[in-house]
Design a protein around this ligand. Structure first.
Ligand SMILES: [Zn+2]
Ligand SMILES: [Zn+2]
Length: 335
């Protein structure tokens, strides 16, 4: 499947038109959430917070539901985590691998193997690269699975193991639901915002020339990303990216908060790279990866996410309309 220009509905045809490079582009700009804007717009903030799609629904509540399910079904008792023993560490490694294959593999299966959405709203109509020297095993997907599942999966597990060991030994401060229920809930609401803040600065740091040339270049081989590109990173970059959990080593919180932070970072990376504009699944599930897709395409823009307006504040925001061709295309910069 390619474009839909033969559709008898001309309005639909225009909307789904591809440009000369075969890329599909939404005909509306991406936007930041109405947070921290100069004029406080309470109505807009309330709509963004409670609306569909909004801050809570569907993405963050879905991630939290997954975290709670994983917690109640697979989390080792904290008393087992006082010492580094193979049994509970392997339990975490295996559940992380299952989660990764279900989430990354599920998105990849639906969008890239079943091709259930076709290419109608795929930003780049091309499928992942095969037979290319740029990627390990001469195959973009195999390369991405190696870095995401094989390498990042281990580092992710390492961070979780270390954090649980710190909690179990009371080396880091605890927060209990029974003592501070309001603070406990507020933590969950703040985690996606903290993630956005952390990602923006870590990502800008990764574009500092020495780090880019030796580390971040590996992720940017994926000009046309797919879900498995999410954590296809150099191990140093994965260490930086997942250091988002370190806030729990300082600010009082519960292991459940730390788990949500880690899983939000891991699942968010698959979501941010899937390469499609939603809504998906028969137009029902809002899900866009356009914000970060533009970063892969144009490099020096959209370093963060769409929750905090950091890209706007620091002059690195690209709204994604077809005429916004200020930066060089990624192909002209690498490889
Ligand atoms: Zn990326
Ligand atoms: Zn980058």
């Amino acid at each position: 499947m390619s474009t839909d220009t033969s559709s008898p509905n001309s309005e639909l045809s225009d909307k789904y038109a591809h440009n000369a490079r075969g890329e599909w582009r939404p005909d509306y700009p991406i936007k930041h959430a109405p947070l921290l804007q100069w004029s406080v717009r309470f109505k807009a903030i309330a709509k963004w917070f409670f609306g569909w799609p909004g801050y809570l629904w569907p993405q963050n509540i879905s991630y939290l539901t997954i975290t709670l399910t994983v917690w109640f079904l697979t989390q080792p008792d904290i008393t087992r985590c006082v010492t580094f023993e193979a049994d509970w560490m392997l339990q975490i490694l295996s559940r992380n691998m299952v989660l990764m294959w279900l989430f990354y593999g599920g998105l990849y299966y639906y969008l890239y193997i079943r091709k259930a959405e076709g290419t109608k709203t795929k930003f780049d109509a091309k499928w992942p690269t095969r037979n290319s020297r740029v990627f390990l095993f001469r195959d973009q997907v195999k390369d991405n699975i190696f870095w995401t599942c094989g390498v990042a999966g281990l580092i992710w597990t390492g961070y979780e193991v270390l954090t649980l060991w710190l909690y179990a030994n009371h080396y880091i401060p605890w927060l209990l639901w029974s003592e501070h229920p309001v603070y406990f809930v507020l933590w969950f609401l703040m985690i996606p915002i903290w993630r956005d803040f952390h990602f923006y600065w870590i990502h800008r740091l990764s574009h500092w020339k020495p780090l880019y040339k030796n580390v971040h270049y590996l992720h940017h081989k994926n000009i046309n990303p797919n879900p498995w590109s999410g954590m296809a990173m150099h191990p140093v970059e994965t260490l930086l990216y997942l250091s988002v959990v370190a806030i729990h080593w300082i600010v009082p919180s519960h292991p459940l908060h730390a788990l949500f932070t880690m899983q939000h970072a891991v699942m968010g990376a698959a979501h941010g790279h899937h390469g499609f504009e939603g809504p998906l699944v028969k137009g029902k599930i809002p899900s866009s990866s356009y914000f970060h897709y533009l970063h892969h395409r144009y490099f020096e823009s959209n370093y963060g996410g769409s929750t905090l307006p950091l890209d706007q504040w620091f002059g690195t925001f690209r709204e994604g309309l077809p005429e916004g061709e200020g930066s060089k295309l990624a192909e002209e910069q690498v490889i």
